[in-house]
Design a protein. Structure first.
Length: 183
Protein backbone atom coordinates (compact mmCIF):
# COMPACT_ATOMS: atom_id res chain seq x y z
CA UNK A 1 0.00 0.00 0.00
CA UNK A 2 1.47 3.36 -0.98
CA UNK A 3 1.64 6.33 1.37
CA UNK A 4 -0.93 8.14 -0.75
CA UNK A 5 -3.45 5.28 -0.53
CA UNK A 6 -2.89 4.99 3.25
CA UNK A 7 -3.62 8.70 3.67
CA UNK A 8 -6.76 8.41 1.52
CA UNK A 9 -7.95 5.35 3.45
CA UNK A 10 -7.33 7.08 6.78
CA UNK A 11 -9.17 10.21 5.60
CA UNK A 12 -12.16 8.21 4.37
CA UNK A 13 -12.26 6.26 7.64
CA UNK A 14 -12.20 9.45 9.71
CA UNK A 15 -14.99 10.99 7.61
CA UNK A 16 -17.18 7.91 8.01
CA UNK A 17 -16.49 7.80 11.76
CA UNK A 18 -17.41 11.47 12.16
CA UNK A 19 -20.60 10.99 10.15
CA UNK A 20 -21.62 7.95 12.18
CA UNK A 21 -20.85 9.76 15.42
CA UNK A 22 -23.23 12.51 14.37
CA UNK A 23 -25.94 9.87 13.92
CA UNK A 24 -25.53 8.71 17.48
CA UNK A 25 -25.47 12.20 18.94
CA UNK A 26 -28.19 13.52 21.16
CA UNK A 27 -29.27 16.33 18.85
CA UNK A 28 -32.97 16.92 18.97
CA UNK A 29 -35.52 17.79 16.38
CA UNK A 30 -39.19 18.40 16.48
CA UNK A 31 -41.84 17.16 14.19
CA UNK A 32 -45.47 16.43 13.92
CA UNK A 33 -47.31 13.55 12.42
CA UNK A 34 -49.93 14.21 9.79
CA UNK A 35 -52.53 12.02 8.22
CA UNK A 36 -55.80 10.47 9.18
CA UNK A 37 -54.99 7.47 11.37
CA UNK A 38 -56.96 6.24 14.36
CA UNK A 39 -57.56 8.42 17.37
CA UNK A 40 -57.97 12.17 17.49
CA UNK A 41 -56.25 14.72 15.31
CA UNK A 42 -53.44 13.33 13.18
CA UNK A 43 -53.80 9.81 14.51
CA UNK A 44 -51.43 7.54 16.33
CA UNK A 45 -49.45 6.59 13.24
CA UNK A 46 -50.23 9.36 10.79
CA UNK A 47 -52.16 7.01 8.55
CA UNK A 48 -54.46 7.90 5.73
CA UNK A 49 -52.06 7.26 2.87
CA UNK A 50 -53.45 6.16 -0.45
CA UNK A 51 -52.38 2.97 -2.12
CA UNK A 52 -51.00 2.77 -5.61
CA UNK A 53 -48.00 1.86 -7.67
CA UNK A 54 -45.88 5.00 -7.96
CA UNK A 55 -42.32 4.71 -6.79
CA UNK A 56 -39.93 7.12 -5.17
CA UNK A 57 -36.56 7.94 -6.57
CA UNK A 58 -33.59 6.35 -4.86
CA UNK A 59 -31.26 8.83 -3.18
CA UNK A 60 -27.76 9.54 -4.36
CA UNK A 61 -25.12 8.93 -1.73
CA UNK A 62 -25.51 11.67 0.83
CA UNK A 63 -28.78 12.87 -0.73
CA UNK A 64 -32.39 12.23 0.02
CA UNK A 65 -35.17 10.68 -1.94
CA UNK A 66 -37.84 13.17 -2.81
CA UNK A 67 -40.81 12.68 -5.05
CA UNK A 68 -44.48 13.56 -5.24
CA UNK A 69 -45.23 9.95 -4.26
CA UNK A 70 -42.93 7.82 -2.12
CA UNK A 71 -43.93 4.18 -2.36
CA UNK A 72 -43.26 1.93 0.61
CA UNK A 73 -43.59 -1.81 0.00
CA UNK A 74 -42.17 -5.08 1.28
CA UNK A 75 -39.41 -7.34 0.00
CA UNK A 76 -37.88 -10.61 1.11
CA UNK A 77 -34.34 -10.43 2.47
CA UNK A 78 -31.94 -12.56 4.50
CA UNK A 79 -33.35 -10.70 7.54
CA UNK A 80 -36.96 -11.61 6.71
CA UNK A 81 -39.67 -9.50 5.08
CA UNK A 82 -38.65 -5.84 5.29
CA UNK A 83 -39.82 -2.41 4.14
CA UNK A 84 -38.28 -1.00 0.97
CA UNK A 85 -39.03 1.94 -1.31
CA UNK A 86 -40.59 1.58 -4.76
CA UNK A 87 -37.15 0.91 -6.25
CA UNK A 88 -36.38 -1.88 -3.78
CA UNK A 89 -33.96 0.19 -1.65
CA UNK A 90 -33.98 -0.87 2.00
CA UNK A 91 -35.61 1.46 4.53
CA UNK A 92 -34.39 1.83 8.12
CA UNK A 93 -35.58 3.30 11.39
CA UNK A 94 -33.45 5.12 13.97
CA UNK A 95 -34.20 3.98 17.52
CA UNK A 96 -33.24 7.41 18.90
CA UNK A 97 -36.22 8.87 17.02
CA UNK A 98 -39.64 8.76 18.62
CA UNK A 99 -43.02 8.47 16.91
CA UNK A 100 -43.64 11.74 15.07
CA UNK A 101 -40.12 13.11 15.61
CA UNK A 102 -36.91 12.85 13.57
CA UNK A 103 -33.68 13.48 15.48
CA UNK A 104 -31.29 12.71 12.59
CA UNK A 105 -29.97 16.12 11.56
CA UNK A 106 -26.73 17.66 10.31
CA UNK A 107 -24.02 15.12 9.53
CA UNK A 108 -26.37 12.25 10.30
CA UNK A 109 -28.39 13.07 7.16
CA UNK A 110 -25.34 12.55 4.93
CA UNK A 111 -25.17 8.91 6.03
CA UNK A 112 -28.91 8.40 6.53
CA UNK A 113 -30.94 10.32 3.92
CA UNK A 114 -34.65 10.52 4.76
CA UNK A 115 -37.41 9.18 2.55
CA UNK A 116 -39.26 12.35 1.57
CA UNK A 117 -42.58 12.80 -0.19
CA UNK A 118 -46.19 11.74 0.02
CA UNK A 119 -46.40 8.12 1.18
CA UNK A 120 -48.08 5.52 -1.01
CA UNK A 121 -48.67 1.95 0.14
CA UNK A 122 -47.23 -0.73 -2.10
CA UNK A 123 -47.46 -4.51 -1.87
CA UNK A 124 -47.43 -5.93 1.66
CA UNK A 125 -47.69 -2.58 3.47
CA UNK A 126 -50.51 -1.55 5.82
CA UNK A 127 -51.56 1.86 4.45
CA UNK A 128 -52.98 2.85 7.85
CA UNK A 129 -49.44 2.76 9.29
CA UNK A 130 -48.03 5.18 6.69
CA UNK A 131 -47.78 8.88 7.46
CA UNK A 132 -45.42 11.82 7.43
CA UNK A 133 -43.33 13.69 9.95
CA UNK A 134 -42.36 17.34 9.59
CA UNK A 135 -38.57 17.45 9.85
CA UNK A 136 -36.78 20.29 11.65
CA UNK A 137 -35.95 21.74 8.19
CA UNK A 138 -39.67 21.79 7.30
CA UNK A 139 -39.53 18.89 4.80
CA UNK A 140 -42.07 16.08 4.96
CA UNK A 141 -40.48 12.72 5.78
CA UNK A 142 -42.35 9.46 5.29
CA UNK A 143 -43.05 7.53 8.50
CA UNK A 144 -44.30 4.05 9.27
CA UNK A 145 -46.14 3.41 12.53
CA UNK A 146 -45.06 6.95 13.40
CA UNK A 147 -41.32 6.32 12.97
CA UNK A 148 -39.43 8.32 10.31
CA UNK A 149 -37.93 6.25 7.48
CA UNK A 150 -34.36 6.53 6.17
CA UNK A 151 -31.98 5.04 3.62
CA UNK A 152 -28.36 4.05 4.36
CA UNK A 153 -26.16 5.93 1.90
CA UNK A 154 -23.79 2.96 1.63
CA UNK A 155 -26.55 0.67 0.32
CA UNK A 156 -25.83 1.24 -3.36
CA UNK A 157 -28.31 -1.21 -4.87
CA UNK A 158 -31.79 -2.60 -4.17
CA UNK A 159 -31.83 -5.41 -1.63
CA UNK A 160 -28.70 -4.38 0.25
CA UNK A 161 -28.99 -4.21 4.04
CA UNK A 162 -25.49 -3.09 5.05
CA UNK A 163 -26.95 -0.46 7.40
CA UNK A 164 -28.48 -3.16 9.60
CA UNK A 165 -27.41 -2.69 13.23
CA UNK A 166 -25.10 0.28 12.63
CA UNK A 167 -24.15 1.60 16.09
CA UNK A 168 -26.89 -0.62 17.52
CA UNK A 169 -29.52 2.03 16.66
CA UNK A 170 -30.31 1.58 12.93
CA UNK A 171 -32.57 -1.32 11.93
CA UNK A 172 -34.61 -2.59 9.01
CA UNK A 173 -38.37 -2.60 9.59
CA UNK A 174 -40.93 -5.39 9.51
CA UNK A 175 -44.33 -4.94 7.81
CA UNK A 176 -45.76 -4.61 11.35
CA UNK A 177 -43.59 -1.52 11.89
CA UNK A 178 -41.21 -3.07 14.40
CA UNK A 179 -37.42 -3.05 14.07
CA UNK A 180 -35.82 -6.33 13.04
CA UNK A 181 -32.78 -6.48 15.32
CA UNK A 182 -31.09 -9.64 14.05
CA UNK A 183 -27.87 -9.28 12.08
Amino acid sequence: MTARSRVWTLGASLLLTATLAACGSSSTGSGSTSGGGSGGGAGAYGGGAASGGSSSSAPAAGGSASAAAATVMTASSSLGTILVDGSGRTLYLFTKDSPGTSTCTGGCLAAWPPLLGTPTAGTGVDASLLGTVTRPDGKMQVSYKGMPLYFWAQDSAPGQTSGQGVQGVWWVISPQGTPITTK
